[in-house]
Design a protein around this ligand. Structure first.
Ligand SMILES: O=P(O)(O)OC[C@H]1O[C@H](O[C@H]2O[C@H](CO)[C@@H](O)[C@H](O)[C@H]2O)[C@H](O)[C@@H](O)[C@@H]1O
Length: 362
């Protein structure tokens, strides 16, 4: 018998690894004992700990183990020593931290830092923060973690359009209060969160029209409408292209978790629609633009991906009514962090809440 515990529900598989069933039990596992006797269980295999050590969850599991031992069942603890490579792709603002009035206030919480520290310390995890933020900000607050190396997509690109865009942004900045321009290494963002909402929205539309009519047709850039901001960036810095590049360079990953809250994150979710509906087969990937455009001195071929459809977890952060290409959803950034902590066997500090994910698609 293989036993799994999810909150108060116990699931078990039979000796051949086929589903036996599940049932609700209390903290003392009172319903387990009669079941063990009825099924004449000889051995129980229980997943405990994480690959790197024991967890608080194990203390609770000790009660479960005691029940089995009382019934004369041999207990085998199974630590996840698997060497599967996992890919984690996190957006930052609105996903890893809540949205704040000023960008400088959106700092990672202690739980978020613990989650990132744990997840990056496992050499089988490849972790990327795929963010519209500037490298300097991310480096200051997250740079000490073993996140995958910075990728500068702008080194070989023409960034001559930045001043033309800044001029249009400045025109609108001067027409209202409570707004500012954020200059970044690979993009430029105009924020109007603290402006009058209606006037801000109006200026935003005007500004977008101006960019679309005067600059977009002649430059390799795109205009992104964000949360109370307008952002302009080179086409190849698109988050979907970045995810394709990461995947193309890491075709052996067998698990993918990707979370985001904004429109730009939908490009990541789209890039991870790797399989035709109801396909169970492996996917093949052509070399993406973000690989061929950045280094066109080499020949690139297709790669076969190791990941299977059920191991791709795209997760939208926000209200459940939100339109998204993600397969899963959580409501707040805190839940994203709790999920990561749960995956590494940690309990969030200052919150005893139950973790719930909602699957959007069948
Ligand atoms: O790709 P992301 O990590 O989601 O970054 C997108 C933009 O996030 C930041 O702006 C947003 O968050 C701010 C802090 O909560 C908020 O004040 C602002 O209104 C939001 O638009 C960041 O400042 C931008 O540079 C990013 O492009």
């Amino acid at each position: 018998m293989h036993v799994f515990r999810t909150n108060s529900v116990l699931k078990y598989l039979d000796a051949r690894g086929e589903a036996g069933g599940d049932f609700i039990d209390d903290d003392l596992f009172s319903n387990l004992e009669p079941l063990v006797i009825q099924l004449s269980v000889k051995e129980a295999i229980i997943p405990t700990g994480t690959a790197s050590g024991t967890t608080e969850r194990d203390l609770d599991l000790s009660k479960l183990i005691a029940v089995f031992k009382r019934c004369g069942v041999v207990v085998t603890e199974h630590k996840p020593s698997d060497t599967r490579t996992r890919l984690f792709l996190f957006d930052y603002d609105g996903t890893f931290t809540p949205i704040f009035k000023m960008p400088s206030m959106a700092l990672p919480s202690p739980n978020a830092l613990t989650a990132l520290e744990k997840i990056t310390s496992d050499p089988n995890n490849i972790v990327y923060i795929v963010s519209g933020r500037d490298q300097a900000f991310l480096e200051e607050h997250l740079g000490h973690f073993r996140v995958a190396a910075w990728m500068n997509f702008t080194a070989s690109l023409d960034m001559g359009w930045v001043e033309e865009v800044a001029e249009i942004f400045r025109y609108h900045t001067e027409r209202m209060n409570g707004n500012h321009i954020e200059m970044k290494k690979s993009s430029i963002t105009w924020h109007y969160r603290s402006s009058d909402p209606e006037w801000g929205q109006f200026q935003c539309r005007q500004c977008q029209d101006s960019l679309d009519n005067n600059i977009v047709p002649k430059r390799p850039i795109e205009v992104l409408v964000g949360k109370k901001n307008l952002e302009v960036q080179p086409i190849t810095v698109n988050k979907g292209e970045i995810v394709k590049r990461i995947l193309y360079q890491n075709p052996g990953v067998e698990f993918i978790f990707c979370a985001g809250d904004d429109k730009t994150d939908e490009d990541m979710f789209r890039a991870l629609l790797l399989f035709p509906p109801s396909s169970t087969s492996k996917a093949t990937m052509e070399p993406p633009l973000s690989v061929t455009l950045i280094d066109n001195t080499k020949e690139y071929g297709d790669v076969e991906l190791a990941v299977s459809p059920e191991a791709v977890f795209t997760t939208a952060v926000g209200h459940s009514s939100k339109r998204t290409l993600a397969s899963w959803h959580v409501t707040t950034p805190e839940e994203v962090v709790e999920h990561i902590l749960f995956l590494v066997g940690e309990t969030p500090q200052g919150d005893e809440g139950v973790i719930v994910s909602h699957c959007r698609s069948p």
